[in-house]
Design a protein around this ligand. Structure first.
Ligand SMILES: N[C@@H](CCC(=O)N[C@@H](CS)C(=O)NCC(=O)O)C(=O)O
Length: 331
């Protein structure tokens, strides 16, 4: 087999993120729906029970979307998803991380918090898992999925206290992204950067669900175009400089990453270090409380390492300070 195999699902933001990357890079691949039919093959390679799972032509298995893309990027150099400008390159990594970690709260919360979204996603999962079943059998699986997932929003920190804050964050982000994507087809100009893939996976999945779709389609035509464009991204030109981006991208970074994601991820990491089973943090003057999320502490560390490699860049430091992201990265 001389192509990669991606075991994934249309409803999995990290899976579609990786598939979009493969499509953009023109890397030969086969998309394999992770269901009962592919279970045995999947089990042969998966070290942990998550998707996507990528199996290379040499039979090497990879999991975790960010390192998967980084590993491929080292072998498939063009077209690069890293802007040459150091400031943009780091900001792209920051937004990629934000998409995976905070954008996932938007997506996961919206998908499983309301009955109509649960029913929609549950129905699609049932159809994916058992495509040959009749309707009654599918509805039974849908019920099981809904039952199982409804109680799980706490996995992304969604609870009675945080749910309105998660929703407000997404509602604020939508017009900010729309204003930026009105000017450029992709977040860093005329070709997709790492940031586009990470953020898009979450936003695309939110848009496939009824509530997210209503919020986006009602008010954000340019964001909607980007959602479609990123399914099969193509380079339309070059990356552009921060001087051209900052007017519309800085407000998004500041409102979502500086004000919310950075203080949240720091509080989460402190909670883990102190071995506590819950934490509270003030976000935009409101109290946010949840149990710790282990994976995020690890990815904050990785993000800091990326920052330390370029910490001497004056322009980057200025942008991070102005958007409220610097202190958390320096830790
Ligand atoms: N950090 C991982 C996250 C992957 C992930 O959470 N995948 C979800 C689906 S979107 C999953 O497989 N969940 C399985 C489960 O929760 O049992 C990545 O970036 O690939």
């Amino acid at each position: 087999m001389d192509q990669y195999r991606i075991f994934g699902a249309e409803l999995s933001p990290y899976s579609v993120k990786v598939r979009s990357y493969f499509r953009y890079k023109g890397i030969p691949h086969q998309w394999i729906v992770r269901n009962a039919d592919s279970a045995a093959e999947y089990q042969k390679y998966a070290k942990i029970p998550i998707i996507p799972l990528v199996v290379g032509p040499d039979d090497e298995a990879m999991q975790d979307s960010t390192p998967i893309i980084e590993a491929l990027e080292a072998n498939f150099l063009v077209p690069s998803i890293y802007p040459a400008d150091t400031t943009c390159q780091f900001l792209s990594a920051l937004i990629e991380e934000f998409g995976d970690e905070w954008g996932n709260k938007w997506m996961f919360h919206l998908r499983w918090a309301r009955d109509e979204d649960c029913a929609s996603a549950g129905g699609r999962i049932a159809a994916m898992n058992a495509p040959k079943n009749d309707e009654a059998a599918r509805l039974a699986i849908r019920e099981q999925v809904m039952e199982h997932m409804r109680g799980r929003v706490h996995f992304v920190g969604s609870n009675e206290v945080t749910a309105p804050q998660i929703e407000q964050s997404f509602r604020d982000a939508i017009p900010l992204l729309d204003a930026h994507l009105k000017k450029f087809p992709y977040l860093f100009g005329y070709r997709p950067a790492f940031a586009d893939f990470g953020l898009w996976g979450q936003v695309y999945c939110a848009w496939t669900d009824p509530t997210g779709s209503a919020w986006i389609e009602g008010q954000a035509p340019h964001l909607l175009d980007w959602i479609h464009r990123m399914l099969r991204p193509v380079a339309e030109g070059e990356f552009v400089d921060w001087t051209q981006l900052h007017e519309t991208l800085a407000p998004f970074i500041s409102s979502q990453i500086g004000d919310l994601f950075m203080p949240w991820t720091l509080a989460n990491a402190t909670c883990m270090t102190e071995g506590k089973d819950a934490f509270s943090v003030q976000l935009n003057g409101e109290t946010w409380s949840q149990g710790p999320q282990k994976y995020h502490a690890k990815s904050l560390q990785v993000l800091r390492e990326k920052y330390h490699a370029v910490a001497g860049e004056k322009k980057l430091t200025e942008v991070l300070a102005a958007t409220g992201c610097l202190a958390g990265l320096q830790g």
